[in-house]
Design a protein around this ligand. Structure first.
Ligand code: NAG
Ligand code: NAG
Ligand code: NAG
Ligand code: NAG
Length: 389
């Protein structure tokens, strides 16, 4: 090869090399950090911190990106009002605070309606659900508060002494919102009855002590859901529901349940494992769940991510448990091309990025990079023109 063609090849490689990817990490210690992950860099350059904000203190445990806005929670302790903050994602990936609004204490999750005008928060310790009107450029105004109490505690008294809404998710039609309530053993259902408000419908019961935490609709990218997977933090199980839409209702019929440890035995603890996040791969063919406090990986030093194959009828088959790169994987997200998984380990205080193989759904056993981030609670990829909820 001539020097000229070598130079030409080098130049071509430099210009076609994929640009660094952006990852936002919210922490239970209050910061939201922006990182660049460059898979083509050397070991030192793989992860670079670009910016940090503490505007969502005391705890930025959840974030939802919609367009170029990042909505974050401040998970306050009861009785301090919770706060939802909207940030503009700047060209340098710096977060610029645009607006905020108060709601029920201790928000832990946010859903954003289809048009971006409705923001819904779920408050775990505060036992409530709030809605906010969003103006699309970061302005937020509180609109509704739903407060829940229980007649009697659930079968896991230390976790089910009251209602604990854990996530707010829009269904693919944009007409319904569901809220898994860990304390009440039910998935609350609402319909959007205006562009900025919701109305509560009949909820979906889960077995006593299931502890519904997070859920995801299936299939990916369909205008309507056919199924929904719900992860039970207390039972360490995934329930599969068949969804039907009829007469202004979203109905769900339970058709299956599997352990979040698949065919492996469930560690008994103490502490007992507590399943956390659930996500589908972008192609919808694989389902992932994080297991906290199981220490089944890396010679008993790390927790796990469980991988399942999803068949078109929503049947799940277990593939593997793999390492999460630390302790207590509270949240993880997958890039749109399916190649990388970012995992927020709040127990060990780090984020780990693993390679994922889209052709068979497996996740590598070692991370390509692990970066210290005290209290890392959520790790969300930002891929412009892609909306998350
Ligand atoms: C929507 O539902 C809420 C809660 O039930 C109710 O207060 C509100 O009046 C309804 N709004 C509309 C436009 O129907
Ligand atoms: C697990 O222990 C074995 C044997 O001591 C060692 O070879 C291996 O590197 C360890 N693996 C990890 C991920 O620590
Ligand atoms: C992340 O956590 C793992 C498991 O505890 C640990 O081995 C590793 O050193 C941590 N990495 C960083 C950068 O903190
Ligand atoms: C999955 O695919 C990757 C890349 O082709 C390969 O290295 C790995 O062994 C495969 N894993 C399984 C379980 O088939």
């Amino acid at each position: 090869m001539s020097l000229r063609s070598i130079l030409k090849t080098a130049l071509l490689m430099a210009t076609t090399a994929s640009a660094g990817r952006t990852l936002f990490v919210g922490s239970g210690k209050g910061t939201i950090k922006s990182y660049e992950f460059d898979e083509t860099a050397n070991a030192q350059g793989l992860m670079k911190e670009l910016a940090s904000t503490a505007e969502s203190s005391p705890a930025a445990t959840w974030q939802t990106i919609f367009g170029d806005l990042l909505y974050s929670v401040s998970e306050t302790s009861v009785p301090v009002d919770g706060v939802v903050t909207a940030y503009q994602i700047g060209p340098d990936k710096k977060l610029i605070k645009k607006g905020s609004a108060k709601g029920t204490p201790s928000p832990v999750s946010l859903g954003v309606g289809k048009g971006g005008k409705l923001v819904i928060s779920a408050s775990y310790a505060g036992g409530g659900v709030d809605t906010f009107a969003a103006d699309g450029s970061g302005g937020l105004t509180h609109s509704q508060k739903f407060a829940y109490t229980l007649d009697k505690p659930g079968p896991v008294p230390d976790r089910q002494e009251g209602a604990h809404p854990h996530q707010a998710i829009m269904d693919p039609t944009g007409e319904y919102v569901i809220v898994p309530d860990l304390g009440a053993d039910r998935v609350r259902v609402y319909c959007a009855n205006s562009s900025t408000t919701i109305n509560e419908l009949e909820s979906i019961k889960t077995p006593d002590g299931f502890g519904p935490r997070h859920a995801i609709f299936y299939p990916v990218g369909n205008p309507k859901a056919t199924h929904m997977f719900v992860v039970g933090e207390l039972a360490n199980e995934i329930m599969t529901f068949k969804i039907s839409y009829a007469h202004g209702q979203l109905k769900a019929e339970n058709i299956a349940a599997v352990s979040t440890f698949g065919t492996q035995s469930v560690p008994t603890g103490p502490p007992a494992p507590t399943a956390a996040e659930i996500a589908l791969s972008p192609d919808g063919k694989y389902l992932y769940v994080s297991n906290r406090h199981d220490k089944t990986q890396a010679n008993g030093t790390q927790d796990s991510i469980a991988t399942f194959r999803v068949y078109p009828d929503a049947k799940l088959t277990f593939i593997q448990l793999s390492a999460c790169g630390g302790i207590s994987p509270r949240h993880f997200s997958i890039t749109k091309d399916g190649n990388w998984v970012a995992i927020a380990n709040d127990g060990s205080g780090n984020i780990s990025i693993f390679r994922r193989y889209p052709e068979n759904g497996t996740i590598s056993s070692l991370p390509i990079v692990s970066t210290a981030n005290d209290g890392a609670s959520c790790a969300t990829w930002y891929e412009p023109k892609v909306e998350y909820s």
